[in-house]
Ligand binder design. Structure first.
Ligand SMILES: Nc1ncnc2c1ncn2[C@@H]1O[C@H](COP(=O)(O)OP(=O)(O)OP(=O)(O)O)[C@@H](O)[C@H]1O
Length: 262
């Protein structure tokens, strides 16, 4: 069955059931289940090492689950890679690559192009649109390695947009970027709402998670909270997820272990 027929017949969604992932003998995701409907905007929060990046990698088929299932439009990850765009954390990218901004953004089209087909007018237009949406059309010919952290982040978002995905996965896109890039990214995500693009983004910023997203997944190896911010970011759940860490809550107060001090 063609993917397009499948989408037409079924409500498109992402479904994760009893997902367990281990590196060697160490479980980093344990029995995680949730479902995301088409067009939902979800933010994932949890402490360092909670398994957020691992979950993204499992969603694009880069790590194999030990058990459990992932279904995207009813099919396993990798079956239609094209409709899922993944923006990894910046430090996972080798910036010495001698390629221009346009080259990188065009990579977003490779799923459609195949590696050996020449870009068509449609591909070039998608690349230009991505560059313009992220405000970096003027950087098109620059080598990627020469750009600032915020500019590089915009390039990777432009590449994801050029892919024209149904599901956009962003792993900590705001870490180490300037406020203008953060705002530009958030407004592009707001615009994608009209196109029913599903967004899953991870961040350490609980205030941003609460203010800009309708649904929060609170993760630390297990799924500890799932729901609207007021529900998923309750103090008892945050304490469970973050243990003894000092934490700034969405309301600006500080949580130190069990004690909430304003
Ligand atoms: N390739 C790997 N091999 C072995 N262990 C790994 C590998 N990748 C991640 N881990 C470990 O798995 C756990 C989860 O890591 P992961 O990067 O998914 O967490 P995270 O929530 O994204 O963390 P952060 O917020 O610090 O980015 C960590 O303890 C990490 O050290």
């Amino acid at each position: 069955m063609m993917l397009s027929e499948h989408i037409a017949r079924e409500p498109a969604h992402l479904e994760i059931e009893r997902l367990t992932v281990a590196y060697g003998r160490r479980r980093v995701l344990d029995d995680i289940s949730f479902r995301v409907d088409y067009g939902e905007r979800v933010v994932m929060v949890g402490p360092n090492g909670a398994g957020k990046s691992t979950l993204f990698k499992a969603l694009v088929g880069l790590v194999k689950p030990q058990s459990g299932t992932i279904r995207i439009h009813g099919l396993p990850p990798g079956a239609h890679q094209d409709c899922v765009a993944y923006v990894p954390q910046r430090e996972e990218v080798d910036w010495r690559f001698p390629v221009t901004v346009t080259d990188v953004v065009m990579m977003g089209r490779f799923g459609r192009l195949g590696w050996f087909r020449r870009p068509t007018r449609v591909d070039r237009a998608a690349v230009e649109r991505g560059l313009e949406l992220m405000g970096i059309a003027h950087l098109a010919r620059r080598p990627i390695g020469e750009l600032s952290g915020g500019q590089q982040q915009r390039v990777f978002l432009a590449r994801a947009l050029a892919q024209e995905p149904h599901i956009l996965l962003l792993d900590e896109p705001f870490t180490g970027v300037d406020a203008a890039t953060q705002e530009a990214t958030l407004s592009v995500l707001d615009a994608l709402r009209n196109q029913k693009v599903t967004i899953i983004l991870s961040t350490h910023d609980l205030g941003l998670a609460a203010a800009r997203f309708e649904r929060v997944l609170l993760i630390n190896r297990r799924l500890i909270g799932d729901g609207p911010p007021a529900q998923a970011l309750r103090r008892d759940l945050l304490t469970e997820a973050f243990g003894g860490q000092v934490l700034t809550l969405p309301d600006g107060s500080v949580l130190v272990d069990q004690c909430a001090c304003n």
